[in-house]
Design a protein around this ligand. Structure first.
Ligand code: IMP
Ligand code: MG
Length: 174
């Protein structure tokens, strides 16, 4: 079967939106330093592009989690594969995610991070599929709300491929 990627959000549209979020964060945290926590691997492309557009002081850290359960349905119990290098105590933390789907992974992860005593903890996601939400997760910064379709690109994968696409697309089979 041939695979084809249909563009949902162009590179220009994504870049423009990231610029706006960067400006918003720079304004909201004026006079402070933000600590961006990237959830690997998906959040990495978004975090790099966003960090470049934030004009206040920024520090970065990375973590990798996997959710127990089948590959298509996350259980919400998160296993930390790679933990952060630095403590979160008294930091202005913003978690950077590629997509919030059911919200299970995030609600569990945010609980873990909250217990580490950050000064503040917010969530920034490039994409949000609100229709799919099963838990209460407050998203503070959203790039785009999208319909319930499986998307790739800008860090998001299908069987580990397509993360490097500079746009958001939908994989179609023919
Ligand atoms: P959930 O919010 O706990 O259901 O899981 C979110 C995770 O599922 C994301 O961080 C992605 O890794 C993955 N995911 C959800 N929807 C998509 C999609 O449309 N494309 C690629 N990965 C997705
Ligand atoms: Mg993710």
């Amino acid at each position: 079967m041939a695979e084809h990627v249909r563009v949902m959000l162009s590179e220009e549209a994504v870049d423009k939106r990231i610029q706006q979020i960067g400006e918003q964060i720079s304004k909201d945290y004026e006079g402070k330093q933000v600590h961006l926590v990237c959830v690997l691997k998906g959040g990495s492309f978004f975090m790099c592009e966003l960090a470049k557009r934030i004009t206040i002081p920024v520090s970065l850290d990375f973590m990798s989690v996997s959710s127990y359960g089948s590959s298509t349905k996350s259980s919400g119990v998160v296993k930390i594969i790679k933990d952060l290098d630095e403590p979160l105590k008294d930091k202005e933390v913003i978690v950077i995610e590629d997509i919030v789907d059911s919200g299970r992974t995030l609600s569990y992860l945010l609980e873990i991070l909250q217990s580490r005593g950050p000064k503040s903890l917010k969530l920034c996601t490039l994409l949000d599929k609100p229709e799919r939400r099963v838990t209460d997760v407050t998203v503070d910064y959203t790039g785009f709300e999208i319909p319930d379709e499986f998307v790739v690109g800008y860090g998001l994968d299908y069987n580990q491929r397509y993360r490097n696409l500079p746009y958001i697309g939908v994989v179609e089979f023919s």
